[in-house]
Design a protein around this ligand. Structure first.
Ligand code: ADP
Length: 505
């Protein structure tokens, strides 16, 4: 029985894992870097061990230091969270070699699924539909003929890829060679491997994923779907469960295929199969993530299952505590990722001191967070501050609730994406659940800042006043012609309207 767990992570996920441990009566050990001395995960844990300097290569990615901390503290198990070492096969193996339980799948599973080419091969062998494309590394010689065979447009992808890096869309043969070399060099610099392959580009797809759990006794269940199509640069921003797009029949089939896929690799632990779903609801395997995902809470809320507790139960060697027929989706959950970023300036991450935080509360509200009044955000890590999760009996009520909690959430001192998320919740496409992975680019205008909207509103008010004026005075100006023949926007319109005494703004 696991009695003490070391959490090889930081931020909200470290705190979230510790919460489940505390409920289970399991002691927790935090590891932290120089930059994280005041982080909430350090104060929350029963013990905390400093493992190195701020850069993650000197701390959170340092296998030796983390293993040493586990031994020093007497932790029997390590939970890797997501990111950092969570999908590092060497780390999983090292834990096993040192007699420490890795709360995650075996090194073999991580390895076979971590490489996209080998994952595709495994899935093809298991009879899982994959995105049409190559099943081997691509060389320049066969590039053109392969792409012609698949049919343009295609995506060139890094085999070791992640986080949307090393990916290039090619719509025209003339772009092929350049895109190939760009993808290769980005792959090399991001993942130290320049292996790339080619996939058919699915137009206007949905990104829908299936959560699953497998135990050491060969039992595997799926935990239904998450819709993750609200993405910026292939990175998820908002997720919801169930997907508003797929039918019950497709949902069932996706679940069954996910179980088949997980069984084919004898998967143990929590995992996710990501699918691309086209307009006709054909679904294709995209990749398998061998860890807890950022968006796992929406599954937890809809099913009433604590995934971290299930991970620990599996790691203890116990059988799953439920079978497929016991698992049922109830109501609807939405998650928004709250990030410290300047949405007006290219979404650059912002650092600094948080003056104050007003956290939303109330029925159906969950905030997975690690920030507090006076907390200084280090520059070294991910910009995500917290996750706002709401649950309600129906999608429309979940949406109303998300709007309310985004209104309540106030973080002062730094810039965040909260207003941007509020605008997402107000778009016609999101409200109607009619969106694909192109949602952000298609809604660029609706998502632009409040300032723009205010300026737009002001302009409309001024123009309306001007039109009233010309109608009233039977002016010689035509409504389509701006006063003074000047096309410069608001200032001239305003000056003119003021001069005529029709406007006092
Ligand atoms: P990464 O592992 O880098 O996150 P993924 O393969 O999971 O990359 O893809 C990330 C996102 O990129 C997908 O959710 C989807 O929006 C887009 N994408 C990837 N492959 C394709 C494809 N073949 N066709 C269309 N969009 C794709």
């Amino acid at each position: 029985m696991i009695k003490k767990v070391l959490i090889a992570n930081r931020g909200e996920i470290a705190v979230r894992v510790m919460r489940s441990c505390r409920e289970m009566g399991i002691k927790t050990v935090a590891v932290y870097s120089d930059a994280d001395r005041t982080s909430m995960h350090v104060s929350y844990a029963d013990e905390a061990i400093l493992i190195g300097k701020a850069p993650s290569s000197d701390s959170y990615l340092c296998i030796d230091k983390i293993i040493e901390a586990a031994k020093l503290s007497g932790a029997q198990a390590i939970h890797p969270g997501y990111g950092f070492l969570s999908e590092n096969a060497e780390f999983s193996q090292r834990c096993q070699d040192e007699g420490i339980i890795f709360i995650g799948p075996s090194a073999k599973s991580i390895q076979s699924m971590g490489d996209k080419i080998s994952a595709r091969k495994c899935m093809i062998d298991a009879g899982v539909p994959v995105v049409p494309g190559t099943a081997a590394s691509m060389d320049e010689e066969n590039l053109l003929s392969t792409c012609r065979e698949i049919g343009l447009p295609v995506i060139i992808k890094a085999s070791a890829g992640g986080g949307g890096k090393g990916m290039r869309l090619v719509r025209d043969e003339s772009e092929l060679i350049e895109a190939y070399h760009e993808a290769k060099s980005e792959a090399q610099s991001s993942f130290s491997s320049d292996e790339v392959y080619v996939e058919k580009y699915i137009e206007s797809p949905h990104h829908i994923e299936i959560q699953f759990l497998g135990d050491m006794h060969g039992n595997i269940v799926h935990l239904f779907d998450r819709e993750c199509s609200v993405q910026r640069r292939h990175q998820k921003i908002v997720e919801e469960s169930p997907s508003p797009f797929i039918t019950e029949d497709v949902r069932q089939r996706m679940g069954e295929i996910a179980v088949k896929a997980a069984k084919s690799v004898n998967y143990v632990g929590a995992g996710t199969i990501e699918f691309l779903v086209d307009e006709k609801m054909n679904f294709y395997f995209l990749e398998m993530n061998t860890r807890l995902q950022v968006e796992h809470p929406i599954t937890e809320e809809v099913l009433g299952i604590d995934l971290v507790k299930e991970q620990i139960n599996i790691a203890n060697g116990n059988a799953l505590r439920f079978s497929q027929k016991d698992i049922e989706q109830r109501g609807h959950a939405i998650e928004c990722r709250i990030c410290a970023e300047d949405t007006e300036n290219g979404f650059i991450p912002t650092a600094g001191i948080i003056n104050s935080v007003r956290t939303p509360q109330g029925i159906g509200v969950r905030v997975d967070s690690f920030i507090y009044d006076g907390y200084e955000i280090p520059i070294y890590y991910d910009s995500m501050l917290s996750k706002l999760i709401v649950w309600a009996t129906q999608r429309k009520y979940a949406l109303e609730r998300m709007r309310r909690v985004l209104y309540e959430y106030k973080i002062t001192g730094i810039k965040t994406n909260i207003d941007y998320l509020r605008r997402i919740m107000d778009t016609h496409d999101f409200v109607n659940g009619e969106y694909t992975t192109h949602f952000i680019e298609e809604n660029q205008k609706n998502l632009s800042s409040h300032d723009d909207n205010e300026e737009e509103a002001e302009k409309i008010a001024v123009i309306a006043a001007y039109m009233d004026y010309i109608v009233a005075k039977n002016s010689e100006f035509s409504v389509t012609q701006p006063p003074h023949g000047d096309q410069r926007p608001i200032s001239r319109w305003r000056a003119f309207a003021k001069q005529k005494g029709v406007l006092r703004i």
